[in-house]
Design a protein. Structure first.
Length: 84
C-alpha cells in the first residue's frame, strides 16, 4: 500500500483497516487493474461535500426570476370528452 492508495485485492483483504484509515486520516483510493477505481471517505467528509452551499429558499430568492409574477389560477372550463 502506498500512502492512501490500495490495490483492490489488498482493500478486500484489509477492509477494516481501509475503513479506519478513511475515517480517521484521509480519503483512500482503491485501484483496479492499475487504474483509480473508487475513493473511500468518511461519512462526515461525504456530507460536507454533498451539502448544498445555500438553502433552497435563499437559492430561489436569488433567482433572476424571483420577481416574476406567475399566474396560478386554474382553468375552470369543463374538460373535454375522452373516448376510451
Amino acid at each position: 500500500m502506498d500512502g492512501n492508495v490500495w490495490q483492490l485485492q489488498e482493500a478486500k483483504s484489509k477492509f477494516s483497516q481501509l475503513v479506519e484509515e478513511a475515517m480517521h486520516k484521509q480519503p483512500q483510493v482503491v485501484t483496479k487493474h492499475g487504474h483509480n477505481a473508487v475513493v473511500i471517505l468518511s461519512f462526515n467528509e461525504y456530507i460536507s461535500l454533498t451539502k448544498p452551499k445555500i438553502d433552497l429558499v435563499t437559492f430561489l430568492r436569488a433567482s433572476p426570476l424571483a420577481e416574476e409574477v406567475i399566474d396560478l389560477t386554474r382553468n375552470k372550463d369543463i374538460p373535454r370528452d375522452v373516448n376510451l
